[in-house]
Design a protein around this ligand. Structure first.
Ligand SMILES: [Zn+2]
Length: 110
């Protein structure tokens, strides 16, 4: 059987394994993952799904996970995108309120 290299879902370090289903690199990561998912009231499988989702949003619960490194350029790009999205949403809300006001005062008809 050939060996594959994949990242541990808890610490992010690469591990060599023969099992494609292997997700955690060590007993320590095992313990930390199960402690976290029990606290979050997630099933074993559910926990892995939530971890994947959090990782895609750079919100991995393990503070030492490489995706949480503040100097990670991908993480920075994501934070900037979120900020831009939030400010665009706020501006859109403000504009919508102005338009609603104008409609109510009869200045514009839609
Ligand atoms: Zn690990």
């Amino acid at each position: 059987m050939s060996e594959i290299t994949k990242p541990c879902v808890w610490c992010g370090r690469l591990m060599a394994t023969q099992r494609s289903s292997k997700k955690l690199c060590s007993a320590q990561c095992h313990n930390k993952y199960h402690y976290w998912r029990a606290k979050e009231q997630l099933t074993n499988k559910g926990g892995f799904g939530v971890l994947k989702e959090l990782l895609s949003k750079f919100r991995h619960p393990n503070k030492n996970h490489p995706s949480n490194d503040p100097s990670n350029p991908e993480r920075l790009a994501y934070e900037i995108e979120c900020l831009a999205w939030r400010s665009a949403t706020a501006e859109l809300k403000a504009l919508t309120a102005v338009i609603e006001g104008l409609k109510q005062q009869g200045h514009i008809e839609v």
